[in-house]
Design a protein around this ligand. Structure first.
Ligand SMILES: NC(=O)c1ccc[n+]([C@@H]2O[C@H](COP(=O)([O-])OP(=O)(O)OC[C@H]3O[C@@H](n4cnc5c(N)ncnc54)[C@H](O)[C@@H]3O)[C@@H](O)[C@H]2O)c1
Length: 255
């Protein structure tokens, strides 16, 4: 995580609204140290957690409960593709990598929810949000196996959202975010051109990380207390646009 990360902006927005929270990242990523500035600014404790490890997830939730009792909200902001990172094309995927990608980017959300469910870690009416991308619904060739990761992530959102709603009125939603210039985002091939295309296709332009953070805060709040099991677009209208005039003007007879 660094200051471009969506999670960083969400933490800042939550802090501005008076929230207290713990921050986390994979132990190896914590060595970079950038998160320390955010922790100092928001008065937060950092708890290491590799989201693919049951024992790390347990320790993270246990520590949060020691500090706060039950918690009100959780953001899952984790994604990584090993095949993309190793420059493997979609049609030449390595399956060990693919398993790991699905574990990090999607199954970790189930692990998080199940750990909380079993420990009764989330207060009645609490809210859990994860971040996804429209490649779960439509093909974006350079997004590779992350498309499957996001499809699984959104399915877990619905399925666990059902069970957690019944148990304790806990809400579970995904936000489908515009392409955003972050470390994970820029790992996708041709990202600059793609950002430009999405911007031209969206009536409001691309949604930036700050707007995503504001949307997260609204979903963490009681104002959205009856919203659950939804995939919600924060994309400037991209997902409902077939084609836009700026994009049309780049093709065909210009007279
Ligand atoms: N940037 C975009 O264009 C965009 C668009 C839509 C959705 N998203 C999603 O938003 C979320 C946040 O991504 P971001 O763009 O802020 O990028 P980011 O690279 O800043 O965040 C991804 C985080 O995942 C962490 N991570 C990776 N493996 C981990 C593991 N095993 N255990 C714990 N943490 C691990 C990384 O350390 C990093 O902090 C991701 O789910 C991403 O897919 C991003």
């Amino acid at each position: 995580m660094d200051q471009n990360s969506i999670a960083w902006k969400v933490a800042e927005s939550c802090f501005e609204q008076g929230a207290e929270f713990v921050l986390t990242n994979a132990p190896i990523a914590l060595r970079m140290g950038g998160i320390n500035d955010l922790a100092a600014k928001t008065g937060s404790e950092i708890v290491p957690c590799d989201v693919t490890k049951d024992e790390d997830m347990e320790a993270l939730i246990d520590r949060a409960m020691e500090l706060y009792g039950q918690v009100d909200f959780i953001l899952h902001s984790v994604g990584m593709s090993l095949n993309i990172r190793k420059n493997k094309p979609y049609t030449g995927s390595n399956y060990d990598f693919m398993h790991k990608t699905l574990d990090i980017s999607a199954i970790s959300f189930h692990r998080l929810l199940q750990t909380c469910y079993n420990k009764d870690a989330i207060r009645e009416g609490g809210s859990v949000v994860c971040l996804t991308y429209i490649a779960a619904q439509r093909v974006f060739p350079d997004y590779g196996e992350m498309a499957e990761s996001k499809a699984l992530l959104e399915s877990i959102t619905r399925s666990f959202g059902y069970h957690y709603g019944v148990k304790n009125k806990v809400r579970v939603n995904s936000i489908s975010q515009s392409p955003t210039m972050t470390t994970a985002g820029s790992g996708v091939g041709g990202f600059d051109a793609f950002l430009d295309f999405a911007n031209k296709m969206s009536p409001l332009g691309n949604a930036n990380a700050e707007s995503c953070a504001d949307y997260c805060v609204s979903l963490f709040s009681d104002l959205t207390r009856m919203v659950t099991m939804q995939n919600l677009y924060n994309d400037g209208g991209y997902s409902s646009t077939g084609v836009s005039e700026p994009v049309m003007s780049m093709f065909g007879d210009k007279d």
